[in-house]
Design a protein around this ligand. Structure first.
Ligand code: ZN
Ligand code: ZN
Length: 248
């Protein structure tokens, strides 16, 4: 068999395999959580417009939506962040339920759609950063075991695939207790997070990286991760998230 014919045959078999797999395990829609219609897509045609992209004007530091004429959001006007810049894809309200199921409801399969959309819309930003690698925010080992996966890693893997960037999923480790941060004050969060991350792969040398997480809220997690990365010799740290959380 010629190489081209073999490639075509391989493509057909893969295609058929995916089709059968789709029939056996139909994909759930990230918005309505029903079986995706039309069949074979990653999101229902009528659900897609319900996800609202963050459009300008947004904060030039963290990517959060800002008032017309504002350069930074109130949070970034008040605090210095350790990362250079970050962007998020969707308005929080439009994707909150989706992210909740992605994180706690076992809907790991949403990751592929979300990663692809991030690569599509935030591709120019990703290229501008000159990043060599994506680093997902690690989850504590026990939590990951309980949840079955780390949603930030699932997201980074999909994004890396579509954006053509390597993912360093074992570069960092979360050692802190890592309890739910939303009930803590900003100071408590900061203290809690200060020693939460360590570098595991000391032999890997990276200069420009992008931290990947599902939601960006106050930036304390991203800053804590950026802190260890900068200490390890990384020169520039950016971040990407599916959404910028409300609360500021
Ligand atoms: Zn749907
Ligand atoms: Zn901001």
């Amino acid at each position: 068999m010629k190489k081209k014919d073999f490639k075509q045959a391989k493509y057909k078999v893969t295609h058929l395999f995916k089709l059968v797999l789709g029939l056996l395990y139909p994909l759930r829609c990230p918005v309505c959580d029903g079986i995706v219609l039309p069949f074979g897509e990653k999101i229902c045609t009528e659900c897609l417009p319900k996800l609202k992209l963050i459009t300008p004007p947004y904060c030039m530091k963290c990517g959060k939506k800002v008032k017309e004429g504002d350069y930074y959001c109130p949070d970034c006007q008040r605090y210095e962040h350790l990362y250079v810049r970050g962007r998020a894809l969707y308005d929080y309200g439009s994707v909150a339920t989706c992210l909740y199921r992605f994180k706690y409801g076992g809907r790991r399969e949403y990751g592929d759609f979300l990663g692809e959309e991030m690569a599509r819309y935030l591709g120019p930003f990703i290229r501008e950063t000159g990043a060599e690698a994506l680093i997902p925010v690690p989850l504590h080992r026990k939590r990951e075991k309980k949840r079955g996966y780390n949603q930030a890693k699932v997201l980074a893997d999909a994004l890396g695939r579509y954006a053509g960037l390597p993912v360093y999923g074992k570069y960092l480790q979360r050692v802190g207790r890592g309890g739910p941060l939303k009930y803590l004050s900003p100071e408590e969060r900061q203290n809690n997070l200060k020693k939460a991350f360590i570098i595991k792969e000391n032999d890997v040398k990276l200069k420009v990286v992008i931290i990947v997480d599902d939601i960006y809220t106050t930036g304390s997690t991203v800053d804590a991760v950026a802190h260890v990365l900068l200490e390890a010799g990384v020169e520039k740290v950016f971040f990407l998230a599916v959404s910028c959380g409300a609360g500021v």
